[in-house]
Design a protein around this ligand. Sequence first.
Ligand code: GDP
Length: 691
Amino acid sequence: MMVLTKKMIEIRSILQKVGQSSSLTLPSIVVIGSQSSGKSSVLEAIVGHEFLPKGNNMVTRRPIELTLVNTPDSPEEYGEFPDLGLRKISDFSSIQRTLTELNMAVSDAECVSHDPIHLTIYSRNVPDLSLIDLPGYIQVVGQNQPLQLKQKISELCDRYIQPPNVILAISAADVDLANSAALRASRRVDPRGERTIGVITKMDLVDPARGATILNDTQYPLRLGYVGVVSKAPTSQGLFKMGSSDLLSTIAKNENSFFSSHPLEFGPDAGVNVGTINLRKTLMRVLEQTMSSSLQSTSDAIRQELEEATYEFKVQYNDRPLSAESYLAESLDAFKHSFKQFTEGFGRPEMHELLKSELDQKVLDLLASRYWNKPVTDLAPAKYDLDNIADLPKADPDSLYWRRQLDASTSALTKLGVGRLATTVIASSLQAHVDKLLTNSSFVSHPFAKKAIVEAASTILNERFYSTSDQVENCIKPFKFDIEIDEREWNHGREHVSSVLKKELQDCEAALTSLEPAVGGRRKLKEVMAFIDKARKGDITVEGDGRSGAGGFSAALLSKGREAVFLRDRADIIKMRMLAVKAKQCNNPKNKYYCPEVFLDAAATKLASTAVLFLNVELLSEFYYNFPRELDLRLGRHLSADEVEKFAKEDPKIRRHLDVIRKKELLELVLEKMDSLRQLEGRDRENGANG
Ligand code: GDP
């Protein structure tokens, strides 16, 4: 029973997952031969299918590491390219096409590559074997081929024909053995002919007596002997593509009729080994024996590899266990924890503050357009006496004008779309906080998870957006008709708006100062401002339209000057209004027409407080409740094992850590398997000896 080869092939596929190191290579049968020696025909006969690239133009350019897996219980026959993720290809002409493409991907200039193609074929008609097909040796270098091609092919083959591999040296019967490139190469690495099987193809092309002499060759004696084959299917059937699984039996039948018609040379008493079926048996037996005798050295190599992995795990990772799942779970927990902490510090007061400062800006805009809107940007003579900045029309509660001003401002404030504004402000703030938490989390180096988390947040926020903003808009509706401000609210507004105005003044003054260097210093700015002031009062006439330059100032300078004058006047007005707010006339809600700043500030506070009540219920609590659950959904149970793995390995540090652990585990597994194989082997040998 050929269990060992099968087991060892399984072990090899595990080792390949670890990232095969050369020390761990298990024995294979390496097929070498000159071009056209019949190498492909032999391999295809063994597999029972046509599947290798065909053509004259150096079609084998890369090693093909072919694994045959015998599947006695399944009628299915198929191939797989594990490196390409191509599974279960049952059409062998498609395998052939893929192999051709993979080989032709190596350029004409390069011609051969050391990078192997891995192909596994599963069938109940194949034996368990591991074979390596190599580019054929060439005699002369072709026109478009690199000069060193002969050398390159020979070097590539030399890499593979090292022990413990078995060499299958293919030579054609119609070529003198002394000229066989395959035997010459094998001789160099296996001078005593201990691990070389000679295959003589094209036996049908030579006289039987001569054929028999070749098989008994004494010039290149091989311990494992020579096998003679005729691996070309008869041409009568060649016109129609054969039912491919019949390839081996057709060849075998053909060989049988050929060899049995020369019993003297090839019969049972002739003492020669002929036929593809016999070749297959020889390969199985030899590989099994080779596997058996390399068990010890392979075990030793694996043990050493394992020791290295264990050492690395200890030194680099402190023996810290890690799996992709546990890494994801820990990262997710940590992130949820940081989110929880954030929620504890972000509630109604924080929302109120955000919202209020947004509304403060709106109030300032309203004040500026309704109350501070002196026409100061024009070069035309001023309508107002700007020297006396307090020259605003006197605020008179009985004046219809002032009533309308305040009513219009209040209405503009309540109707600016507070619902949408408030919801936007809070939603963007939440999103920004999530981004910040992400930056400080271990997810920062995981684009996949980062995206999932950002999307989790935006999904919830988007879902809640319209209903929340509608609710907020609804609940501030009464304020659109009437706003009652009591004394406490008034005082608070008065205090607060003072600080808002102060900040605005500072900004204004800073903006003014920042213009100085742009015009060439403070003096220059003052000059141009003075010019503009004069022009506005009509003291001087400005020729032209004022845009192309006047008074010896360039248009650009005048434009900066106008900006400066505007800022200075704005600052003056703000200063005046700050005094007004502080003054006695503003100490009471009854005087709201004197003090639109205080009234609008208090109104904005009312809007913010009301909005926050609903934002809290409709948006914040919902978000706090759903976000962690959404995270679980997107990054928890719903991810496949592959996705979790992919996630964890996005971080190179984690990837290395996981790789070491995986390598260690796989090597442990392999070693365990090897040990039990060796025990099995030991028992078999004992039984053999006793029996
Ligand atoms: P490779 O270049 O070494 O892979 O050789 P192939 O397997 O492609 O064979 C080269 C040529 O020899 C093809 O035309 C085959 O049909 C032919 N050939 C292969 N084996 C035999 C054989 O046993 N007898 C005969 N007569 N021709 C063969």
